[in-house]
Write a protein that binds this ligand. Structure first.
Ligand code: ADP
Ligand code: ASP
Ligand code: MG
Length: 549
């Protein structure tokens, strides 16, 4: 296996490789620089293709005082490492940022802490609006958004930071980031063209504006802190607007950049939502992706825990905006939380748990407005609840796509071709259902993915549509998916019966149904307008108002 070194060259010392015991990929074990454990100067650059080789190599070298089993032990006994992420509302104005800074400072006094921040609430939407105005040729409207954002961030800066020198430093940073934004918008308006790459560059400005403010607020509390752009840490593929991390690269970069800071007692404040390709091109992880940034960094740094600070008390039995009686769930399993996130519980980005599941790193969801409340702990096993159903969720921004017609009965490759097409356009398929007569396959995708999916399917089945083997490829955007979630639903008879009985009683029409064999989720498609009555009815039916046990 050829080690990919060039971009990692300069990573300080082989001690960084030590915590990666079960990491199978090639890793850099040493490089020019100082060892942060033993402070010895190391000048050699070595590469190990396996951890075994790394360890052997380390044991044979005698130049570094930390190179003994003790150093490994010492590493393990070092203080805890926490990654904490603050969402848009948790950094929504100067007082929220001050509150977030106190939470960070409290954490940093007890353990090593890396903060990850979203843009101030509403800022990403405004940036996307500016990009679209520019695309339509309205350069002035886009420039007005940049001006308004400059005012907003500067006024927050003025109320947060007392030191004139620090204020000036951060003000210059804000100006530089917005100058980039203005140039991107001018270019877009000139060409009337908005590529996904430019959209990423514009939509991620909010995080780049927010991180310096949060770092400055932490410094106000007497701690050392540094704002860091995640382009320096998170390496992704080039799928703009929904990039995926390359964990081996990310691990190397995050260790090299963050561990020396933590060692010196500096709190890194990292921009959420964004990363960069190996070529250094900025990418974003998808809307709401700062949660994902936090767990990517948590996994990369082998953190002890990740805390997602948000505006609710934890994961609730349903979205509290839709079901007033929803209760906070004290503990929930990775599987249940992932199902909820996947099916629209906005409190977690759908991919949040992927990076931490293997390493079993616990994730907390806590309320930054009520930091003394315990929140929800997401753990490998969770906490079982009698009756099986733990929570409900719904996704409203979805489209039901159907491929069908009597001609597809018995056509063996229709299913395969349908889903290889959705995979090619990277559509996120949320639910699949097929009629028993096999003349209709329907599945739902996020509405953002719908147009390109339907276009790709029509292209794929063009011949079949012409010869009427396939009669239609249609899309219905006015639907929603409701999911009933709980890992103990497995083997609990009657959950499906109760679910559909309640829907029948309350007059909710069911369009399609799916239940995986894991039995931890029953999901079904209904009309969008029925979401709230459906959730309230099910919440009552399963007695979830009594579930904070
Ligand atoms: P942040 O800005 O902190 O990332 P989000 O707005 O993305 O916060 O997510 C928090 C919101 O998620 C809550 O305000 C709540 O309305 C919504 N939400 C949806 N489903 C749930 C659920 N099951 N539990 C808690 N919150 C939920
Ligand atoms: N600011 C980004 C968004 O609004 C990312 C995030 O908040 O998680 O989508
Ligand atoms: Mg969010």
């Amino acid at each position: 296996m050829a080690p990919r070194l060039s971009r990692l060259a300069g990573v300080a010392c082989e001690c960084f490789a030590l915590p990666q015991e079960n990491y199978p990929k090639p890793i850099l074990i040493s490089g020019a620089g100082k060892c942060w454990l033993c402070k010895a100067q190391s000048t050699s650059v070595k590469i190990a293709t396996t951890i075994r080789e790394a360890k052997t190599d380390r044991m044979e070298s005698s130049s570094c005082a930390a190179e003994s089993e003790n150093s490994l032990q010492g590493w393990k006994e070092m203080t805890k490492l926490q990654v904490m992420k603050f969402g848009g509302t948790s950094v929504g104005d100067a007082s929220c940022i001050a509150r977030a800074a106190h939470i960070i400072a409290r954490g940093a006094k007890q353990c090593r802490c890396v903060a990850v921040v979203s843009a101030m609430s509403g800022v990403t939407n405004r940036l996307i609006g500016a990009a679209k105005s520019a695309q339509a040729g309205h350069a002035k409207e886009a420039a007005a958004v940049m001006d308004a954002l400059q005012k907003l961030h500067e006024s927050v800066l003025d109320s947060l930071v007392k030191s004139e020198e620090e204020r000036e430093r951060v003000r210059q940073k804000i100006e530089a980031v917005l100058a980039e934004g203005r140039r991107f918008c001018e270019g877009t308006a000139l060409l009337r063209e908005l590529s996904p790459r430019t959209m990423d560059a514009i939509s991620s400005l909010g995080e780049r504006l927010c991180a310096p403010l949060v770092a400055a607020a932490v410094k106000e509390l007497g701690l050392q802190s540094e704002a860091i752009e995640a382009t320096e840490l998170i390496v992704t593929d080039a799928f703009h607007g929904g990039a995926e991390p390359e964990m081996d690269w990310t691990r190397g970069k995050s260790h090299a950049r963050l561990l020396p800071l933590l060692e010196r007692g500096i709190v890194p404040v990292v921009t959420g939502f964004l990363g960069a390709t190996t070529e250094g091109e900025l990418t974003t992880l998808g809307r709401g992706g700062s949660d994902y940034s936090a767990t990517i960094l948590g996994a990369a740094l082998n953190a002890d825990e990740v805390i997602i600070w948000t505006d609710v008390d934890g994961i609730l039995t349903a979205d509290p905006r839709l079901v007033a009686e929803a209760q906070t769930i004290p503990e929930i399993s990775f599987r249940e939380a992932a199902e909820l996130a996947y099916f629209g519980a906005k409190v977690l980005h759908p991919k949040t748990l992927r990076p931490v599941v293997l390493a079993a790193i616990p994730v907390w969801i806590r309320n930054s407005f009520a930091p003394d409340k315990p929140g929800t702990k997401i753990t490998p096993e969770g906490h079982s609840r009698r009756g099986g159903v733990k929570a409900l969720t719904a996704i409203q921004d979805v489209t039901l796509i159907s491929v069908g017609g009597p001609g597809i009965v018995g056509l063996p490759d229709v299913v395969g071709r349908t889903f290889s097409t959705t995979a090619e356009v990277r559509a996120n398929v949320l639910l699949i259902s097929q009629s028993s007569s096999q003349n209709d396959i329907c599945f739902s995708v996020s509405s953002g993915d719908a147009q390109r999916t339907v276009e790709a399917l029509r292209k794929e089945f063009a011949q079949d549509l012409a010869h009427q083997k396939v009669e239609h490829v249609t899309a219905d955007p006015h639907i929603a998916i409701v999911a009933v979630v709980g890992q103990n639903m497995r083997g609990t008879p009657g959950v499906a019966g109760k679910t559909f009985n309640a829907m029948g009683k309350d007059g909710v029409n069911i369009i399609a149904i799916a239940q995986g064999s894991s039995e931890s989720n029953i999901s079904f498609v209904i009309e969008e307008k029925s979401v709230v009555p459906a959730l309230r009815s099910l919440h009552r039916e399963f007695g979830l108002q009594n579930s904070s046990d």
